[in-house]
Design a binder for this molecule. Structure first.
Ligand code: COA
Ligand code: AMP
Length: 631
């Protein structure tokens, strides 16, 4: 297949193009309205179609001769457990757990929060919700109780599903006390919690509220798939915005299923029977799309890995698993490869394994720096695909698509837009800029199937945050440029979102937390470049008049506060006491110049600055603490 003709087809005849793609999935009722306007005038795909995403991912394959193929492999170096489920076994488990949910009163449209480590039960819980038309909202296990509580209160779930614990390398993370603490501070607590007791560390149960997973399964009857409208929500996934309040990205059933199927073929060149491994977490969009839904809809074997690229037990984990399961496609964040490179600079461990099944390595979630790209491609002698997307889109906006005839590879570029995404680079006034000129990356409406139609409980936030800046466009929040050949170069966020080890975090949210410290008068949190994690946060803090504390003590307290309120994975490890922050005359903190100083880059003193002398003070403070750069 030729990329250019496929792309033009999608651009010129979007309805015909996506109608054709929709024909490759099974509908209970085929859609006749391919693209129409829904509530609030938002574009909706396949609105009169009916289907069930769990049916497509499971039952469909059992009914079509794939029942004995392995659907899901669970590999847990941290607990030394391995388990495999065929499509038939996974279908039965999911149907039975859907029966549990039904018995506990869950019906179509109810929300169910899932706060679980990387165990198969997390995927089973997601698929069981999908089976009933309940809307799951998975919260990444690394988030602290407070973050979980915020998400519970926004989603207002009927039920919460959790496990007794998770394992981080050698450290036990006790989930249940975090759940209890979150529920204690919720305005809209769930009625019940279903708890998967892990043998490695079971937890106490609260009588009348907590239900034991295995016990409930032993009494349950399997539940059938419910027929759902294509536009019914499949899930809500919270992601960081520029404010302290996370945004619940809504995903529908129909557009999502079509996009998952299409992207598996076009972006990843994966087909039924192939083994695909997305080394991410079900708490992130990569996990939703490419650990759970897309590989299963496509009839592939997916791998759910409870471990890290290094230390569990060593830097050969990726290669060991690729050999063991004959992985055909591997997807991970660049950070993972940087971590491997740090431990095994010559990539010698990879040579000890048979990687002959591996066709491509895919990377996303953060910028792929050229040195990591070179290192992986030289040592593995495989195509490396850097592709760019967001929680909001659910699949790649741009990639060097493996499902089409090869096109040129350009270092530093995420290559060409996926069919269905029409990208323009806009200046601040909304004018399309010339090739090679940087600006805001915007996507022309309508967005293709799979992208968000709204924000849960916040349609205005959706309109204000994404659709208002430039009429007829979706604003991605990333900046970059298109070159003369239409290759996209993504240069980074234009807002206050940072990417720490491929985890999307809001500096605004961290500022809110730091600001709750009794001594803090004002603060700015910015992203500082990190060789391993891409970016790490740095706090610059002014304390209230009359307060005294040593810089070391303040840093220690603030680091503990952010760990407790947001989670350790925010990697907030540096806070610096300053006396002034650079501001405009109207009082807005000049974060861009702070970022430049913190990254040791050249900067121009902004014309709007109120008091330029504070810049030198900040530079001196960072230097004296050895914080001028993380690199
Ligand atoms: N539950 C609880 N805590 C978690 C967690 C989870 N699911 N994930 C991370 N954390 C904690 C870690 O234990 C660590 O705590 P510590 O400060 O007490 O040591 C902290 O958060 C930072 O974790 P992490 O960023 O994972 O750092 P690390 O040094 O343990 O590992 C890497 C470094 C590069 C190996 C790791 O970040 C990694 O695997 N990155 C890839 C991330 C990825 O796949 N992103 C998905 C996007 S596609
Ligand atoms: P998330 O919603 O967590 O997937 O994070 C999305 C953000 O991660 C994007 O808006 C980008 O800023 C960044 N991102 C994702 N993939 C890439 C990539 N391949 N190159 C550069 N940045 C990326």
């Amino acid at each position: 297949m030729n990329y250019q003709s496929e792309y033009s087809d999608a651009q010129k005849h979007p309805k015909a193009f996506w109608k054709k793609q929709a024909e490759s999935i099974h509908w209970f009722r085929k859609p006749t309205k391919i693209l129409s306007k829904g509530e609030h005038g938002i574009d909706r795909w396949f609105s009169d179609g009916e289907l069930n995403t769990a049916f497509l991912a499971l039952d469909y394959h059992v009914l079509n001769g794939r029942g004995e193929q392995v659907a899901l492999i669970y590999e847990s170096p941290v607990t030394h457990l391995e388990r495999q489920y065929t499509y038939r076994q996974l279908t039965d488990e999911v149907a039975l757990f859907a029966g549990v949910l039904k018995q506990h009163g869950v019906v179509k449209g109810d929300r169910v929060v899932i706060y679980m480590p990387m165990i198969p039960e997390a995927a089973i819980a997601m698929l069981a919700c999908a089976r009933l038309g309940a809307i799951h909202s998975v919260v990444f296990g690394g988030f602290a109780a407070n973050e979980l509580a915020n998400r519970i209160d926004d989603a207002q779930p009927k039920l919460l599903i959790t496990a007794s614990c998770g394992v981080e390398v050698e450290k036990l993370i006790h989930y249940k006390p975090l759940v209890d603490a979150a529920i204690a501070q919720c305005v809209y607590p769930p009625e019940e919690c279903i708890v998967y007791q892990r043998a490695i560390s079971p937890c106490d149960m609260i009588l009348g509220r907590d239900v034991d997973w295995l016990d409930a399964m032993s009494h349950a009857k399997p539940a059938d798939c419910v027929s759902l409208a294509a536009t019914d929500p499949l899930y809500v996934l919270y992601t960081s915005g520029t404010t302290g309040k996370p945004k619940g990205v809504v995903r529908d059933n129909g557009g999502h299923a079509v996009a998952m199927q299409y992207s598996m073929k076009s972006v990843y060149d994966m087909h039924a029977g192939d083994v695909f491994w997305a080394a991410s977490d079900v708490g992130w969009v990569v996990g939703h799309s490419y650990i759970v839904y897309a590989p299963l809809i496509m009839g592939c074997t997916t791998i759910l890995y409870e471990g890290k690229p290094v230390k569990t037990p060593d830097a050969a984990s990726f290669w060991r698993i690729c050999e063991k399961y004959r992985v055909n496609g591997l997807f991970a964040a660049p950070t993972a490869f940087r971590a491997i490179r740090k431990e095994d600079p010559e990539c010698a461990l990879a040579t000890e394994f048979d990687l002959s099944a591996l066709k491509t390595i895919f990377m996303a979630g953060e910028r792929l720096d050229s040195s990591t790209y070179q290192w992986v491609s030289e040592h593995l002698q495989l195509p490396i695909v850097d592709h760019w997307w967001q929680t909001e889109t659910g699949w790649a906006i741009a990639a060097n698509h493996r499902g089409f005839e090869p096109i040129e590879v350009k270092a530093g570029s995420v290559a060409r837009p996926s069919p269905g995404f029409v990208i323009d680079i806009l200046d601040e006034e909304g004018n399309v800029v010339a090739a090679n000129q940087a600006g805001n990356i915007a996507i022309r409406l309508p967005l293709p199937p799979g992208c968000l139609p709204t924000i849960w409980n916040g349609h205005e936030r959706f309109v204000d945050g994404y659709l208002t800046a430039f009429p007829n466009y979706y604003l991605t929040g990333d900046g970059g440029f298109l070159d003369d050949d239409g290759y996209l170069f993504v240069q980074g966020r234009t807002d206050d979102i940072i990417n720490v080890a491929g985890h999307r975090l809001s500096t605004g949210e961290m500022e809110d937390v730091v600001g709750t410290h009794a001594m803090v008068a004002e603060c700015a949190v910015i992203g500082q470049a990190s060789q391993l994690k891409g970016e790490e946060p740095l706090g610059l803090v002014i304390i209230k008049n009359g307060m005294t504390i040593t810089p070391e003590a303040l840093e220690e307290e603030l680091v503990a506060l952010v760990r407790q309120q947001i989670g350790a994975m925010a990697c907030f490890r540096r806070a610096v006491l300053v006396t002034r922050l650079p501001k405009t005359r109207s009082g807005k903190i000049l974060r861009k110049v702070l970022r430049s100083i913190a990254n040791g880059e050249e900067y121009q003193i902004p014309a709007t600055i109120d008091d330029p002398s504070c810049l030198a003070d900040i530079e001196e403070t960072l230097n004296s603490m050895g914080y001028q750069s993380l690199k």
